[in-house]
Design a protein around this ligand. Structure first.
Ligand SMILES: Cc1ncc(C[n+]2csc(CCOP(=O)(O)OP(=O)(O)O)c2C)c(N)n1
Ligand SMILES: [Mg+2]
Length: 434
């Protein structure tokens, strides 16, 4: 599916990517001047992934960024001053100087959940955000990003399984930037495409060229729309490259020189500039105008950040615990009656798709099995009692790939006449009913 972008939107994508990079470079200068208080993690080379995915969201939607998603923060409405002051631990920063890196969010206005440093933990958290939004009738989509390394954590897998089971409106962007600290992907995942992780959870997935901002946006928009329509989570693998070391302390000497050269030739901003020129979306004058605007804005933002003082010592003991400093209230977008009894009441006995046996005919009446289209035969008919699943490798040419649809769910009709079995949740006396 194609989602046309207007000229203004095209230029806005450029603005955010270029601002992301300029801010990155500014932060490096500040780090070297020793005014950045914590660690600094470069976004260089990943601007298209971060900006293009977040750009597919609406104002009501939620994000949870990680260290390389400053682009997403800018798209969601944070100003460079917020990010600068945060890294400089200034009093006027979003955390009032209490955190020296990226741990800040905005639950009220911009719908940004603060990053969690434990890799993968945002997957279950954002699944919860998506489910809460559905419960409250908000029709929101939740998006978060994980690195290639983070896809090997337990929380990633638990979270994704939970999201899939709940059919949560979660867009999970796997930023495959080829490295987790000094570990290349092939040394920690036995898969070529990380999008294949989705297969284990029966959810849709896509692979996209993460350095092509238009392709990233198109892929993300399709995923966001799919989620909003209630079709369950989508995993997007964006193939990109971390163009610096893990953080400022790391010169990335373990990365082959040729690999940097390969990705340098695919720089997302240089590529997009060429695209804008070749498609007559801008000319030299409009480019110069945008660059000058970014330059001016960043200077003003830096000036503001530098004027902000360091926090006074007594602030350290304030705001540690909430003592009524803010209210936590659900934003209901539908009548509570819909989710409280009697409307919300469900049958006290679960419906099951099948009984889970190897031989379907043993658990589903032959009439129901015939309705499922196998003429009453067992679905698993290998003579040896073994079955084999075909799982073809998804093709990727590095461009936006079409969405891989999840496995089909079992048809309800297949269980229409199946006998009920004890389930442990039925009302007294009914459990075990035939
Ligand atoms: C659960 C957990 N294990 C280990 C770490 C330490 N750690 C921080 S960043 C990082 C590498 C992350 O690599 P990746 O997920 O690919 O993200 P990238 O840095 O490439 O964006 C590690 C191992 C952590 N924060 N959390
Ligand atoms: Mg990585």
């Amino acid at each position: 599916m194609s989602y046309p972008l207007t000229r203004d939107q095209h230029l806005e994508l450029y603005y955010f990517m270029k601002l992301n990079r300029a801010l990155d470079e500014q932060l490096v200068r500040l780090f070297r001047q020793n005014v950045v208080v914590g660690g600094l993690y470069s976004n260089l080379g990943q601007e298209a992934t971060s900006v293009g995915t977040a750009y597919a969201l609406e104002k009501r939607d939620w994000i949870a960024p990680m260290i390389r998603n400053v682009g997403g923060l800018l798209v969601k409405g944070f100003k460079p001053r917020d990010i600068l002051m945060q890294y400089m631990a200034r009093k006027d920063s979003p955390t009032m100087g209490k955190d020296g890196t990226s741990h800040f969010g905005d639950l009220k206005v911009r719908h940004v959940v603060s990053p969690i440093s434990m890799l993968g933990d945002l997957v279950p958290v954002m699944t919860g955000v998506a489910i809460a939004g559905r419960y409250l009738g908000q029709n929101i989509v939740a998006m978060t990003w994980v690195g290639d390394g983070a896809t090997s954590t337990g929380a990633f897998h638990e979270g994704l399984n939970f999201a899939a089971t709940q059919r949560a409106a979660l867009v999970l962007v796997v930023e495959n930037n080829q490295w987790a600290y000094s570990t290349p992907v092939a040394k920690q995942v036995p898969l070529h495409n990380l999008a294949d992780r989705a297969k284990a959870y029966g959810i849709a997935s896509s692979i996209v060229d993460g350095n092509d901002v238009v392709a990233v946006y198109q892929t993300a928009k399709e995923a966001v729309d799919r989620c909003r329509a209630g079709n369950g989570p989508v995993l997007i693998e964006a193939k990109t490259m971390r163009m610096k070391g893990h953080a400022q302390h790391d010169p990335a000497e373990y990365v082959p020189k040729e690999m940097f050269e390969y990705w340098e030739a695919r720089d997302p901003i240089a590529r997009y500039e060429k695209y804008l020129t070749e498609n007559n979306i801008w000319d030299a004058k409009s480019k110069a105008g945008l660059d000058a605007r970014i330059d001016k804005e960043l200077k003003e933002e830096l000036e503001f950040a530098e004027k902000s003082p360091l926090p006074p010592p007594d602030l350290a003991e304030q705001g540690v615990y909430c003592e009524g400093c803010h209210t936590v209230e659900a934003e209901w977008k539908r009548s509570k009656k819909e989710v409280t009894p009697p409307q919300s009441s469900v049958k006290p006995e679960w419906e099951v798709a099948d009984f889970g046996g190897f031989d379907l005919a043993s658990t589903i009446s032959s009439k129901a099995a015939a309705a499922a289209g196998n003429g009453g035969k067992s679905a698993a008919s290998a003579p040896s009692g073994k079955s084999m699943r075909n799982s073809p490798e998804p093709k990727s040419n590095g461009q936006k790939a079409s969405l891989q649809k999840p496995n089909e769910r079992p048809e309800k009709s297949r269980i229409a006449e199946a006998e009920r079995v004890p389930f442990g949740r039925g009302p007294k006396g009914k459990a075990g009913r035939k």
